[in-house]
Structures are given as structure tokens and as C-alpha cells.
Design a protein around this ligand. Structure first.
Ligand code: FAD
Length: 497
């Protein structure tokens, strides 16, 4: 059933088994999975309305104090279906290595195994209307594969969670969906830490109500999840789950940058390196170079018969770079003077994992929203491990082209010269609007905000769902994993009840 705020207000002390807040991919998936638990009643709370609405979107404004980032009210959508209303839909699961790797200094691994999440891949793919994806080193797919790179298959989902599931939720006997209801604060019992009620406000802030539930789950996205925990501070001064000052820490996105050009000797051999696939290093290459995970793609920029002068210019620029001299020495091949027949030129794009950095964080800013709660401040920081990864990734991709006689690449100077600034957002994409790591999952309260069941340490009936719980984000777009994790969480909540 779909309720207005006034209808919720008419209920005498509303009380539910499960209260799920947020209707993006995380909240919608979780609420539907919980509603299958027979006889249990779910309150699904959405702050925005069915369509885009300035009054709701304004609540997403805040300040940025670190590395240049998207405006905070442009990097997510506050309405039914959340950011799936404007996402690009590209989906790729994290690799096993993203979950299970533990040798990289300074990074806590996922405390759960890839198998625990993979169990939900088939269901996640059904929800996103995609096949189940895999990874492959098959030489027929990857030209000249030498065992150091493999293909990661992904695909684009067209699912908008609001549009797809509104009617199903509306006709569900077990779910009450209330629109225009904004979670303002969660109240714990001082003695036990259990959440006893949640305060909701209408969009104009004039109507307020407290609801109670056996279990509360917040699915507000990677920036609002920590903000909500920090702003729920009437009973516990530092906020919920924040005894060790970890809430909001380790904010990460994915670095998305065009890092150079390629010239292909045979365009047919390289055509398989684009079109929805990423080429990723095998774990050995990552471990040997102490690299964060990354994926790259080659995007043809010109038709096959590119004008001679473009090739000549390209060769001139390529020859100026010292990296090519080094590569000539390392590979023992003349990489400049090869005759290029029917070349294809294109851009190389690299998407990389970011090092989780304690100083990269979401915290409370000084401005107040219309409910009297502090708005968010985002301080995004790039770690030196991120630059190291970009630099080494570019070199290994250049070597891959040479070893397999695919062509040659030219790398942008800022990738090779670690003292140069990276480009600003006017010329490059920079980030993916993926908000990761701010309430990260850990094996204990000393290294996580939530436990292996996505439950906030110290608060038995409070759960967080979404990419804010990822201890490591790999380089894959996060939503496929968010949906898998929401299905996992539903089972964990039922198991723990
Ligand atoms: C331009 C763009 C392109 C993207 N492309 C991709 C892509 O190709 N692939 C991919 O995997 N990801 C992509 N993403 C990211 C993707 O949209 C997110 O990963 C995904 O939407 C996160 O789902 P979520 O449910 O955790 O959060 P959200 O979708 O952000 O949902 C949060 C929900 O909480 C509600 N809410 C917030 N605060 C409150 C409150 N106080 N009270 C009540 N309700 C509240 C919001 O209205 C919203 O419904 C893209 C994002 C953007 C912006």
C-alpha cells in the first residue's frame, strides 16, 4: 500500500516489524526481500516524492572541502527509486580478489567471503534484468592474451527501481510505502543501544511523527548513511556506531580517467577491447606491483582510414616520451619505426579502485537543513597509492600492447610524472558518483562501523545497506554488489531475529 504522510499520521503510534528507509536499489531490494517473510509488516520510508522535486533535492546540498568533487545535490537523486533515476546502469560484480585479498598494507579486507555474496548473483541479475557475469582469459576474446590480463564482462541495466517496483510495492499486503517522509533521527535506548523509534518529518518540516519497529535499516546512499548516524546524536553525543570515530571515514569513489591514446596495427584485433567489457589485471599482476584493482578499455576515436597527418603527429608525440625509450630497452623491440598500416586511433580509459583513506571522509558541516540537522561536508582525498596504481597500470598496458604487437600507446604526462597535478573535472570524468566506504564492514568495532551482517556495532537492531558498507570497492560499478548485498542482508536480518 502507498500512504501519504498525513495517512501515516492518522495511525495511532505506528509500529512495524521492519522499518526500511530509502527506496533506491538497496532499500527497494531489501524491503521486497523482507516482505516475503510471512506475516511480517514492512514500513518503507521515502523522503522524496514519486518524481523529482526541488524541495526534496535541496536536502542533498552540502559543502566540499577536499579534492574537487561533483556538487553534492547532483551526484545523487532524492526521490522514489533514488539515484537509479539517473544512473547509467553499467553493472559488473566485484572480483573474488576484491573480497579475498588481504596482503595490501593499510587495507582491511572484506570480513565475509566472495562465496557468501555470490550466492545472490542469480537473483541480483534477475532484478537488474541482466545475465550472470563472469571473467575470462580466453585468447579468442583477448587478443594476444599473455596471462596477465583477462576480460571482465559487464552489461547495462535499464532498471529504474521506482518505475519497476512501484506497483508491486503498492499492491503488497505486507509493505506500507510512505512518500515525502524524511528520516530525521534514530533514537536508541541508553541502556541497550537498541533503536526504539525513528522520527519522520514531512518535506516542509511542519508535520512530525515517531514510528517504532523491531528492526531498522537505513539505505540512504553512501553520503547520507553516515550523516544519519552522526546526526542521531540526542542520546549518544558522538552519534550511532561512532565510538571510535569511524563513521564517515574512508570515503572513496572510483577514479575514471582517460589516460592516453593508442594506435592499433590491426583494428580488427583491438575491436574486442571495448563494447561493455573491461580488461583487468590478473591477481598476480596486482600483487607483484602492490596495485589497487583497475580495469581499462580502448575506445576507437576515428574511422579506420585515419588521416596520415594524425598518425605522424601521434608518432612525434609518442617519441618524445621517455617511457617509450625505456620500453624499447625492456622489450628489445623498436617501438617507433614500425610501419603502421590501416591504423586505428582511440582513447584509453582507466577505472581504478581508490585506496581507503582515513582522512577522506563525510562529516557534519556547519549549515543546518530545514529539520534543524547539520548538512554534510565531504572531504575527498586521493592517496599516493592511487597515483602509484595509475602510473603502473599505464606502463603495464603499454607493455601489453608491445608484447602482443597490438600497436603503441601514448600516455598523458600527468600519469607518468608524479609531481604533476591531475586534471580538473572540466576536462575529465574523474569519478563515477560511487559513494563507498563511509560505514565500512569490519570484523570488530576497531575496524568497522557495521559487522559481517551489516549491523551497526553497539546497536542490535540497526542495519546499514549500500556501498557505504564496502571495506574495498574494487573498480567495478557498485550497484550490482549493492543489490547482492541487500539480498544477503535480508537473510541475515531474518536469521538474527
Ligand atoms: C550520474 C550517475 C551515474 C551512475 N551510473 C552508475 C552505473 O552505471 N553503474 C552503477 O553501478 N552505479 C551507477 N551510479 C551509482 C548508483 O546510482 C548508486 O550506486 C545506487 O543508486 C545506490 O543505491 P542506494 O539504494 O544505495 O542509494 P540511492 O539510490 O542514493 O538511494 C537512496 C534513497 O534514500 C532516500 N533518502 C535519502 N535521505 C533520506 C532521508 N533522510 N529520509 C528518507 N529517505 C531518504 C533517497 O530519496 C533515495 O531514495 C551512478 C550514479 C550517478 C549519479
Amino acid at each position: 500500500m502507498i500512504l501519504s504522510f498525513a495517512e501515516l499520521l492518522n495511525q495511532n503510534q505506528p509500529s512495524y516489524d521492519y522499518c526500511v528507509v530509502g527506496t533506491g536499489p538497496a532499500g527497494t531490494t531489501l524491503a521486497l526481500a523482507l516482505s516475503g517473510d510471512s506475516g511480517k509488516r514492512v514500513l518503507l520510508v521515502e523522503g522524496g516524492r514519486e518524481d523529482f522535486d526541488d524541495q526534496s533535492q535541496e536536502l542533498y546540498t552540502g559543502s566540499s572541502s577536499g579534492r574537487e568533487y561533483a556538487d553534492l545535490d547532483a551526484t545523487r537523486l532524492r526521490q522514489l527509486g533514488g539515484s537509479s533515476n539517473h544512473w547509467s546502469g553499467y553493472c559488473l560484480p566485484l572480483s573474488d580478489h576484491d573480497y579475498d585479498r588481504d596482503e595490501l598494507d593499510g587495507i582491511d579486507p572484506w570480513p565475509i567471503s566472495s562465496d557468501q555474496i555470490r550466492r545472490y548473483s542469480r537473483q541480483a541479475s534477475d532484478i537488474l534484468e541482466l545475465p550472470v557475469f563472469g571473467r575470462d582469459s580466453d585468447k579468442s576474446i583477448l587478443p594476444g592474451s599473455d596471462g596477465l590480463f583477462r576480460v571482465a564482462f559487464g552489461g547495462s541495466s535499464r532498471v529504474n527501481f521506482g518505475e519497476k517496483y512501484k506497483d508491486k510495492i503498492g499492491s503488497s499486503k505486507n509493505i506500507d510505502l510512505v512518500l515525502g517522509a524524511n528520516l530525521v533521527e534514530l533514537f536508541p535506548a541508553p541502556e541497550t543501544g537498541r533503536i526504539v523509534s525513528a522520527e519522520l518529518a514531512s518535506l516542509d518540516g511542519r508535520l512530525r511523527i515517531r514510528v517504532s519497529a523491531e528492526v531498522f535499516s537505513i539505505c540512504l546512499g553512501g553520503i547520507e548513511n553516515p550523516r544519519m548516524l552522526l546526526n542521531s546524536n540526542s542520546v549518544i553525543e558522538n552519534g550511532l556506531g561512532n565510538e571510535r570515530d569511524l563513521v564517515g571515514r574512508y570515503f572513496a569513489d572510483h577514479l575514471h580517467l582517460e589516460f592516453g591514446w593508442y594506435v592499433a596495427f590491426d583494428p580488427d584485433r583491438i575491436s574486442g577491447l571495448s563494447n561493455g567489457k573491461f580488461i583487468e589485471p590478473v591477481p598476480l599482476l596486482l600483487e607483484n606491483g602492490s596495485l589497487l584493482n583497475f580495469g581499462w578499455e580502448a575506445e576507437p576515436a576515428f574511422p579506420h582510414n585515419v588521416a596520415d597527418h594524425i598518425v605522424a603527429d601521434f608518432k612525434e608525440i609518442a617519441c618524445a616520451s621517455s617511457i617509450f625509450r625505456d620500453l624499447t630497452r625492456l622489450t628489445g623491440r623498436d617501438i617507433f619505426c614500425r610501419r603502421i598500416k590501416r591504423p586505428t586511433v582511440g582513447r584509453l580509459r582507466l577505472v581504478a579502485e581508490c585506496m581507503p583513506d582515513f582522512e577522506s571522509r563525510v562529516s557534519l558541516g556547519t549549515q543546518l537543513d530545514r529539520f534543524g540537522k547539520r548538512k554534510v561536508d565531504l572531504h575527498w582525498k586521493i592517496h599516493e597509492a592511487d597515483r602509484h596504481t595509475y602510473n603502473h597500470a599505464a606502463v603495464s598496458i603499454a607493455q601489453f600492447f608491445i608484447r602482443n604487437n597490438l600497436g603503441r600507446i601514448k600516455v598523458e604526462p600527468w600519469v607518468l610524472d608524479l609531481s604533476m597535478d591531475w586534471p580538473g573535472r572540466t576536462t575529465h570524468e574523474l569519478y563515477g558518483h560511487h559513494h563507498i566506504g563511509t560505514t565500512k564492514m569490519g570484523s570488530s568495532p576497531s575496524n568497522g562501523v557495521v559487522d559481517m551482517s551489516c549491523r551497526v556495532f553497539g546497536h542490535d537492531n540497526l542495519f546499514v545497506c549500500g556501498s557505504s558498507t564496502f571495506p574495498r570497492g574494487g573498480y567495478a560499478n557498485p550497484t550490482y554488489t549493492i543489490v547482492e548485498l541487500a539480498l544477503y542482508l535480508a537473510d541475515e536480518i531474518k536469521r538474527l531475529q
